[in-house]
Design a protein around this ligand. Structure first.
Ligand code: BG6
Length: 487
């Protein structure tokens, strides 16, 4: 990858929740990789905000450990690590009061020409207090930006509440609501695949497409995040954001350009066209599951209840659902979404199932299997087209589905930057294209609530599934459709 020398203006990067899991796993490694690539350098500082006292050496060592192991494909020397760590300063803020924010205000005032980015890597329940105090302490400048981690609230009402309060301090142009799926190279490639290849776009509608399946399958359990996860479940943790964003990119109309609002206007229209679920339709169109003990990759694993240390929980660790985008282009095409933890495989994939040919000239009795476009997002980045091919040999026409594969790695040998690298650089550059606007989130929450409210109303029960299997999925399938599973 070509080195991009100090292309970014001087900045202060303030991380609230700077000792948390997300900061350690994603934020520091992302900033470090951009530092190694010399896209950030020179005049910048990272200010870590802590709530509880931790010896600074311990914290810095932990950060060092994380950045060193983050990406094996990037090379750097010891001095680069030392130089990066030297950019970090630490401030203890026990309470959200103007007084406690004074040390932060002082540092930022000393470098008032730099742009300030405030990254809220804390639960969204404290976003409002942080914003209010930043405002009261007159720390926020017109050039400041705020990055908000998901989930923004846990319902439409809490989203509105938090959003209204945040917008008292920051304008929409200063707010960057993160969905890290949008930062993934392969997710961005979806846009290029769709809108730079006439071949696909010509057949991208209910005329030619039978159904679309979006799967994010994880074999990990809830790990140490049980307390958070048990209040969210798979629907809020994954569908409300990542899967809906993927659906938007698949279903949206071509935007005029990739400029932020042009893109976001089109995604919003998709979200607003999603068919609401009701207490009458929810049981047939959704399934909620929870893992019990089983084996993943031949290793015995605990049940969800054991993982979260509880006797009872009604939280789903798996959800599959069928929905429709009720507009001209997608009339009658089911979109199947599924995601879950402790499933057999770890992969994310979008499968576009085309309609079968109109008439089978080879054998009128059998149905020709349909074409598929399979977009594999992770762990490998690959696009395959499943097409019918003649089986060689005499004796008439026999055919079978074969795959044409394009592996990203075959065409691109460079290291693919992590999603957070791209997103953090976009924040610093002021590019909001890959961030969600408030109306998108409002529409997403509205649709999600049609599901949660219906589930509550009919008390839709949880189906238990053994860890290491594909989860309970089939009940939401329309007649004749089956889930695609690829390895
Ligand atoms: C997060 C969810 O947003 O995305 C996690 O909170 C999930 O539960 C993760 O594991 C999946 O992200 P990725 O990039 O590993 O597919």
């Amino acid at each position: 990858m070509s080195k991009k020398k100090n292309m970014l203006k001087a900045f202060n990067f303030v991380i609230f929740g700077g000792d948390g899991d997300l900061a350690m796993r994603k934020i520091y490694p992302a900033l470090f990789c951009r530092f190694v690539e010399q896209q950030i350098g020179g005049d910048f500082s990272i200010i870590v905000i802590l709530r509880d006292e931790i010896p600074i050496e311990l914290l810095l060592n932990k950060i060092k450990e994380k950045i060193i192991i983050a990406d094996q494909k990037i090379s750097f020397d010891k001095k680069t690590v030392t130089d990066f760590i030297a950019k970090i300063s630490v401030i203890l803020i026990k309470k959200h009061t103007v007084k406690d924010y004074e040390p932060l205000a002082n540092i930022l005032q000393k470098s008032s020409k730099k742009q300030d980015v405030f990254y809220f890597s804390t639960p969204s329940s404290v976003f409002v207090e942080i914003c209010d105090t930043l405002r009261k302490a007159t720390i926020v400048k017109p050039s400041s930006k705020v990055v908000l981690e998901k989930p923004l609230g846990n319902s439409l009402a809490t989203f509105e509440e938090i959003n209204t309060q945040i917008t008292k301090t920051f304008t929409e142009h200063q707010i960057y609501r993160i969905d890290h799926y949008l930062g993934k190279e392969t997710v961005q490639n979806l846009m290029v695949l769709r809108f730079s290849n006439l071949l696909f776009e010509q057949s991208w509608s209910s005329e030619h497409i039978d159904n679309i399946q979006i799967t994010v399958s994880e074999n990990l359990g809830v790990g140490t995040r049980g307390a958070y996860y048990d209040k969210s479940g798979a629907l809020l943790d994954m569908v409300q954001n990542h899967l809906l964003q993927l659906l938007c990119l698949v279903a949206m109309e071509p935007p005029v350009s990739v400029e932020a609002d042009k893109m976001r206007n089109e995604k919003l229209k998709v979200l607003q066209s999603l068919r609401m679920l009701t207490p009458k339709t929810v049981l047939k169109n959704t399934v909620r599951g929870q893992y019990i003990k089983g084996k993943v990759n031949n290793v015995k694993v605990n049940s969800y209840l054991e993982d979260i240390n509880k006797y009872n929980s009604n939280t789903e660790t798996f959800v599959a659902l069928k929905t429709y985008v009720d507009n001209w282009r997608w009339k009658g095409v089911p979109f199947y979404l599924q995601t879950g933890k402790r499933l057999e495989q770890h992969y994310s994939e979008i499968v576009i199932n085309f309609k079968p040919v109109k008439h089978n000239i080879f054998n009128s009795k059998t149905k020709v299997p349909n074409n598929k476009l399979i977009i594999r997002l992770q762990p490998e980045e690959r696009i395959s087209i499943v097409q019918m091919t003649k089986i060689p040999g005499p004796g008439g026409y026999r055919y079978k589905p074969t795959s044409l594969k394009l592996d990203y790695l075959d065409s691109f040998t460079e290291r693919l930057p992590e999603a957070y690298e791209r997103l953090l650089i976009d924040v610093l550059r002021g590019n909001q294209t890959l961030f969600m606007r408030e109306d998108e989130l409002r529409a997403a929450w509205t649709w999600i609530e049609s599901i949660t409210k219906s589930w509550n109303k009919i008390k839709q029960s949880i189906v238990l599934y053994e860890a290491g299997t594909n989860g309970p999925r089939d009940s939401v399938m329309a007649d004749g459709d089956t889930w695609e599973i690829h390895s």
